[in-house]
Design a protein around this ligand. Structure first.
Ligand SMILES: Cc1cc2nc3c(=O)[nH]c(=O)nc-3n(C[C@H](O)[C@H](O)[C@H](O)COP(=O)(O)O)c2cc1C
Length: 171
């Protein structure tokens, strides 16, 4: 796909077909996240990758909005340091957003659907994934080929209008 097509075709996919993701494609997506920019090149993230069906089914219980993780071909748990410092936490969240979008665009480029899932139950996530006590699971990205229809550029996305969002020179 062209970059612009990948950007405009990405959408949250929550229903995946049964096919596995080839390891090299999964690694390409992870590499996009690893290369993401971060404040002072801090790179606060770690990624835990899950492809085992039983583990995915259990991971889907971390929050009500995470049910779609169970049917994914792979899920990447995005782990951040649990710093008590508000500024550091904000920076890490911004950085992770960049890594997230890089991975989602890389996935779309390969025709692979991606979705976000919030993580409520940190103890369950930690038991299943084994990340250290001084860190937390900030979000999951679940991946797989879309079950409904292939990714295609979306002409009219469900978004606030361009003119409402964009302010030239001053608000
Ligand atoms: C920070 C963030 C958290 C999200 N959390 C969830 C979630 O827990 N479960 C879910 O199904 N979708 C989640 N989403 C997906 C959004 O609902 C979705 O991106 C938005 O409705 C726009 O739809 P689109 O991604 O298909 O364009 C999240 C998205 C973001 C950016």
């Amino acid at each position: 796909m062209e970059t612009w097509d990948a950007i405009t075709a990405r959408r949250n996919v929550r229903d995946f077909d049964d096919g596995p993701l080839p390891r090299e494609l999964l690694e390409r997506i992870l590499e996009a996240g690893r290369r993401a920019p971060a404040a002072q090149n801090w790179q606060p993230w770690d990624f835990v990758v899950v492809t085992d069906r039983e583990q995915l089914t259990e991971l889907a219980n971390v929050a009500p909005g995470a049910g779609h993780v169970a049917g994914s071909a792979a899920t990447i748990a995005l782990i951040l340091p649990d710093t008590g410092d508000r500024g550091a936490r904000d920076r890490a969240q911004y950085d992770l957003g960049q890594a997230t979008m890089a991975m989602m665009i890389a996935a779309a480029d390969l025709g692979i659907g991606s979705g976000h899932a919030g993580v409520g139950d940190q103890e369950l996530a930690r038991r299943l994934l084994g990340f250290p006590e001084d860190s937390y699971a900030a979000r999951f990205i679940d991946l797989g080929y879309p079950a409904d229809r292939p990714l295609r550029p979306i002409r009219d996305p469900n978004r606030r209008s361009f003119d409402e969002v964009v302010h030239w020179r001053r608000w």
